[in-house]
Design a protein around this ligand. Structure first.
Ligand code: HPA
Length: 279
């Protein structure tokens, strides 16, 4: 089913959120698989189930709770998506990107997005953080772009640039904080596949060959949507497993993704708190 949203639908979602929470968030955050705990740290929190917000996609995946949380983190007004929906769940790309536009309309100028990702770079270990330097929109090259359909000029231009999609100053800030806190962190390229099947051994070799350091099934649609509307973006991948690309190597599984989340959550929390603190 084709789903192209109009301003009317975005505004319906905004109106319901504003009815619950009388605040203007500056920063939007999307927390990925197994990385949801940071949402619990939000102070003066207003919690809205996604199911209560018109048009919001609802995640069906274990490890993704579906709640929108507005409040303060490090004194900064934030709106946090605890859990996200993915294309592989059956939502259109436009619907996956919808919450980002709602965040923009609520007043957010900055998006912090986290995900769990498989490490392709041979130097990465499970539990490491990758600060996203850039992405490869493989899923978009296959025709799946959240901006497909009529352009809404209220948000941005028909042909938005994706140069420096991941804000260089925010990247540097995240690197500084990771270094100070002795968190193993890399700067790397994220590649988005549709999923939900994991990669074959040949896929892994291909993805490495074309310059990707980590692979996942999210983030790129949300980042494109955010950049279209001029939001600055910080992207953080938690490396939940490594992909060897050799026959006979153990396959990734969702349980190890969630288990790595327990190591990664405090690391990502430290970086995110540090960034918010120094904004
Ligand atoms: N592949 C794709 N997506 C992922 C992986 C992986 O190995 N780990 C976490 N998300």
């Amino acid at each position: 089913m084709e789903e192209f949203y109009t301003m009317h639908e975005f505004n319906e979602a905004v109106a319901v959120i504003r009815r619950h929470a009388d605040m203007q968030p500056r920063v939007g955050m999307i927390l990925g698989s197994g990385l949801n705990a940071l949402a619990e740290a939000v102070e003066d929190a207003t919690v809205i189930p996604f199911a209560d917000i018109p048009h919001f996609p609802i995640s069906t995946v274990e490890g993704h709770s579906g709640r929108l949380i507005l409040g303060l983190l490090e004194g900064v007004p934030v709106v946090v998506m605890q859990g996200r929906a993915h294309y592989y769940e059956g939502y259109s790309m436009g619907r996956v990107g919808l919450p980002v536009r709602v965040m923009r309309l609520l007043g957010c100028e900055l998006l912090i997005v986290t995900n769990a990702a498989g490490g392709l770079n041979m130097t990465y270990r499970a539990g490491d953080v990758m600060i996203i330097r850039d992405h490869i929109n493989l899923i978009g090259m296959a025709g799946l772009n959240p901006l497909r359909g009529p352009n809404l000029a209220e948000f941005g231009p028909r042909f938005p640039s994706m140069n420096d999609a991941y804000d260089p100053a925010l990247r540097r800030l995240a690197q500084e904080i990771a270094l100070e806190a002795a968190i193993p962190a890399h700067l790397g390229v994220y590649i988005c596949l549709a999923g939900p099947s994991f990669e074959t051994v040949a896929d892994v070799r291909f993805l490495r060959l074309i310059g990707a350091d980590a692979v996942g099934m999210s983030t790129v649609p949300e980042v494109i949507t955010a950049r279209h509307s001029g939001m600055r973006v910080l992207g953080l991948s938690g490396i939940s497993n490594t992909l060897v690309g050799e026959e006979g190597a153990p396959p990734p599984n969702h349980e190890e993704v969630l288990a790595a989340g327990r190591v990664l959550t405090p690391r990502l929390e430290t970086i995110i708190r540090g960034v918010l603190h120094r904004l």
